[in-house]
Design a protein around this ligand. Structure first.
Ligand code: RRO
Length: 310
């Protein structure tokens, strides 16, 4: 019932982890690969190993999470080696997430992928909110267009972009116009809502150490924003650009809503962090139950079919 396809490859379901959650080490990646998730994405890799920001740097709240991890990762080669090894063993659809610490590093990383034997999908993270002194690329529209133009001058493999949330119709219009100029495989909306602040009232103190407590917000708080971004991009992007919906999923109804807004795949972050990889089985069962209740037999039956009141 939940089977779907992406790039012509059949998946058990539309569910994945969101990059950053449960995908830092080979052990975590193997757990994802062995889980009920339809696919998985690696932790965003930079060229070199990074320790990330000082701890505590992730905190669960009643309605979600705040993080300022600061791009801790084992370095590009670690993740490329992992997906290449699995590819040799027959893995069909994999997502490798990357970002550079500079413009040149971004180009260098994508050149390495282009020149490698990797046949999977690359997720280009344009929206990390947590590296001190480094603004999120995709809030700079001119830079995003320049970067993508250079990338697509040489990159011919499947490429998607991870976007931050936008909050203005003019920004949806402007970013979609830029993205439509390129042969993107998909757009992933949204990364965490950058630079929120959560407070421990008893201690009258912030809950994470980096950046004076400011960090990316995920979980229930962000579902309406995530759904709006999925819907807005589905309405504006060329039909051959797929959408991955990320943000605020805690149950099968949330997954259904993302698909109704137009998501082809749905990623989970905060709730995966809280529950572990067993969450994919629960969400699959809950989504099936919602679909059965409505008489749907495939996600294609309702994908993108959200109704409005006019
Ligand atoms: O590592 C992080 O701090 C981080 C990244 Br790269 C990202 O894209 N989104 C996020 O919430 N945290």
């Amino acid at each position: 019932m939940l089977k779907t396809t992406f790039l012509g490859i059949e998946l058990e379901n539309c569910l994945m982890n969101a990059s950053g959650v449960h995908c830092m080490s080979v052990q975590e990646l193997n757990e994802l690969a062995g889980s009920a998730a339809g696919a998985f994405v690696t932790k965003t890799a930079t060229r070199d190993y990074r320790a990330g920001n000082p701890e505590p740097r992730y905190y669960d709240t009643k309605l979600g999470s705040i993080n300022s991890m600061g791009l801790p990762n084992n370095g590009f080669d670690y993740y490329l080696d992992y997906v290449l090894e699995r590819q040799k063993q027959g893995a069909k659809l994999q997502f490798l997430s990357v970002t550079g610490m500079s413009y040149e590093e971004n180009i260098g990383l994508l050149k390495k992928i282009q020149e490698s034997d990797y046949e999977g999908v690359t997720e280009f993270n344009l929206s990390c909110p947590n590296v001190p002194g480094k603004p999120q690329i995709a809030y700079d529209f001119d830079l995003t267009e320049k970067l993508l133009a250079e990338v697509f001058s040489f990159f011919t493999k499947p490429l998607g972009v991870k976007l931050p949330p936008y909050f203005d119709i003019a920004h949806f219009d402007a970013m979609a116009e830029i993205l439509n100029k390129f042969p993107l495989t998909y757009v992933n909306s949204v990364n965490s809502i950058g630079n929120g602040l959560c407070i421990d009232l008893d201690k009258e103190e912030v809950v994470i150490k980096p950046k004076g407590g400011f960090g990316g917000i995920g979980g229930e708080y962000i579902k309406p924003t995530a759904l709006a971004n999925v819907r807005a991009f589905r309405q504006r992007l060329n039909k051959d650009i797929k959408i991955i919906g990320t943000g605020g999923v805690t149950n099968g109804r949330d997954v259904f809503e993302h698909i109704l807004c137009g998501a082809d795949l749905v990623q989970v972050g905060t709730i995966l962090h809280q529950e572990g990889v067993g969450v994919f089985e629960r969400l699959s069962a809950e989504l099936e139950e919602v679909m059965r209740g409505k008489g749907y037999s495939s996600i294609e039956d309702f994908k993108g079919k959200l109704k409005t009141l006019d």
